[in-house]
Design a protein around this ligand. Structure first.
Ligand code: GSH
Length: 240
């Protein structure tokens, strides 16, 4: 177990990429401070790091004692190793990291569906492009991504076999996100991805996570994060 104090620096009002890290800490019952969610501190400590760090461009950031980690797959790879949460063998650890990097690519692709022009503009300023991007994603990319993730799960309960890893938590998170953001589209599609669906339920109902998922520490999905529900992007009338 980790003996040093652990601090997570992430935007306080959204799950975002911080959630991939939170899920690992919560599942393993690791005490940590979610620094910016402390209203007295706010985002100041995070901004201080971003303004002064040579290596860190964006959160999530995990501080373990004196060590500062960033880039989500990098953080998870580290936690996977010290918590023995990446399937044990070197080969499994490498496999976890590789799939997690693809999950990071997927996450960026999903974010860009509602912000296809720039993340510095509002969604409302790029709706037409967002509709086009989202329709195209569901026509050409959705199946490709989830066929890949289903292949990665294979015939096992979890990605590396019978033991849950950090990658399984991330797969749960992206499937939960897709169900939140695209309820209509997902209704038709999820039945074609039974391995994703059963992994999702297996993780959701796991006792080690249930308390967290039902707690106020789990920020509900909302329209500030990566997986946003915009009816127009979910195939509702796209004219107006
Ligand atoms: N590749 C990085 C991406 C980090 C990232 O884009 N963080 C977002 C929040 S989820 C952010 O705050 N970005 C600020 C920016 O891009 O200016 C990772 O996987 O951690």
């Amino acid at each position: 177990m980790i003996q040093k104090p652990i601090k997570l620096f992430y935007w306080p009002s959204l799950q975002g990429r911080g959630e991939f890290v939170r899920l690992v800490l919560e599942y393993n019952n690791i005490p940590y401070e979610d620094v910016c969610r402390d209203k007295a501190k706010g985002v100041k400590p995070l901004l201080n790091i971003l303004e002064s760090s040579k290596t860190i461009f964006a959160p999530p950031i995990l501080q373990i004692g004196e060590l500062f980690l960033n880039q989500t797959p990098n953080i998870l790879q580290y936690l996977g190793k010290i918590l023995n949460f990446s399937g044990g063998s070197e080969a499994n650890q490498r496999e976890c990291h590789s799939i997690q990097l693809s999950i990071a690519d997927f996450t960026s692709e999903i974010h860009n569906l509602h912000h296809p022009i720039s993340s510095s503009l509002y969604y409302e300023d790029q709706i037409v492009e967002a509709i086009l991007a989202t329709n195209t994603f569901f026509e050409n990319r959705f199946d490709k991504w989830f066929q890949f993730f289903e292949r990665a799960i294979g015939n096992n309960p979890y990605i590396t076999g019978s033991v849950l890893t950090y990658v399984d938590l991330s797969l749960f998170q992206i499937w939960a996100g897709m169900i939140h953001a695209y309820p209509n589209r997902m209704k038709e599609r999820r039945i074609h991805f039974p391995k994703m669906d059963s992994l999702y339920f297996r993780v959701k109902e796991d006792e080690k996570l249930r308390t967290y998922l039902n707690s106020t520490r789990r920020i509900p999905f909302n329209e500030h994060g990566i997986f946003r529900y915009y009816p127009k992007l979910d195939g509702e009338s796209q004219i107006s």
